[in-house]
Design a protein around this ligand. Structure first.
Ligand code: AHG
Ligand code: MN
Ligand code: MN
Length: 340
């Protein structure tokens, strides 16, 4: 069977009416190339001197790993000169990164989590890169891009995707016409379309949550997980299985491949914080991919993609995956709300 390359796929998408402007196609190719480079460094591990921590921490106060910073630099360098972007923003940078004046400026904004799953880097477990593409507001032409220009809801995303660096290196992408997966052919260096129009089954018996936080969960999450754990003898009348990789990319990838529900909900450890994961470069791109694959993504109350961000590094509660399960957890949240 002859597989399509990412380039072929993108050119075909470009030919579809209104599906993909040429400059978005080019910028996706550049992001994909940067992911290939990151994957190459990840694969070298201790031999490439890329493991371990740096002395620094990022804007969210998290210790930075060498690979967090290296991946951020690779993405910036690859994307700054192509002429398709007006600015970039990243988990690893306090504020926005405008395209240097030496290069032409384009009409798009790129956001990324350069290395997702940092706690897994040094132990050789799957990690990844997550990205999201927005349009620069039309009124931003001729002036400096600010953080406010990035504060668009996830529904405004033009494209989103992730690369997972695991036993295989896989790029999963949406431009709003479905969700597609490409496996890196390590011999030829090409991304090949191996996962056509991914569909998440509406039902599942597999959940993913960090159960060590159980005592801090809100009642609707507690109720949902308790019912899963009760198995055949309980309310759900069937047994559930659990997986938690602690790399969102890898957990979401499993869900795209075989279904499941992923939760990183609000919890009472830091009650003023809406969740752990970041809205603009973790939750939004994943929510877009999951919805395009027939799944659902909410913060317990409403669609993640409809949240109006107030800050670049805003956090959010995340519940995503198989539609019927996500709807159930969301319903449990609403039931508590109406009783209150
Ligand atoms: P990052 O490495 O970009 O900071 O993200 C890690 C995130 C996410 O990938 C994962 O689902 C979650 O943190 C794991 O958190 P716990 O260690 O609390 O399980
Ligand atoms: Mn992350
Ligand atoms: Mn990260």
């Amino acid at each position: 069977m002859k597989l399509k390359t990412l380039t072929q796929f993108l050119i075909e998408q470009q030919r579809l009416e209104n599906a993909l402007p040429a400059d978005v196609r080019l910028l996706i190719e550049v992001v994909a190339r940067a992911c290939k480079t990151i994957g190459h460094h990840v694969g070298k591990g201790a031999l490439g001197n890329v493991l371990g921590n740096l002395e620094s921490s990022n804007v969210q106060g998290e210790v930075q790993k060498k690979l967090d910073v290296l991946s951020n630099e690779i993405l910036l360098e690859a994307n700054e000169w192509g002429g398709n972007l007006a600015a970039m923003a990243s988990e690893e940078m306090d504020s926005v990164y405008p395209i240097p004046h030496a290069y032409p400026r384009g009409g798009y904004l790129l956001l990324f989590d350069p290395l997702d799953g940092s706690s897994n880097i040094d132990v050789n477990v799957s990690i990844g890169t997550i990205f999201s593409v927005l349009r620069a507001p039309t009124d931003s032409a001729g002036r400096d891009i600010t953080e406010a220009d990035f504060l668009q809801p996830g529904t405004a995303q033009v494209a989103a995707g992730y690369a997972v660096y695991g036993p295989q290196t896989v790029l999963v992408l949406t431009v709003g016409t479905g969700t597609f997966g490409f496996t890196l052919d390590r011999e030829t260096g090409s991304w090949m379309l191996t996962h056509e129009n991914i569909q998440i089954p509406a039902d599942t018996s597999e959940f993913a949550i960090n159960a060590s936080n159980l005592r801090h969960w809100a009642p609707p999450v507690r109720r949902y997980i308790d019912e899963c754990l009760a198995g055949k003898a309980g309310e759900r009348e069937r047994n559930f299985n659990m997986r938690w990789i602690a790399s969102m990319v890898a957990d979401v990838h499993r869900i795209l491949c075989r279904g499941g529900i992923f939760l990183y909900p609000w919890d009472a450890r830091e009650p003023e914080r809406p969740g752990k994961l970041r809205l603009m470069y973790e939750a939004n791109p994943m929510a877009f991919l999951v919805e395009q694959a027939g799944g659902a993504a909410t913060n317990g109350l409403g669609r993640i993609l409809e949240i109006q961000p107030g800050q670049l590094h805003e956090r959010v509660s995340v519940i995503l995956g198989s539609r019927n399960e996500v709807e159930r957890v969301t319903r449990y949240h609403h039931e508590v709300d109406t009783q209150a």
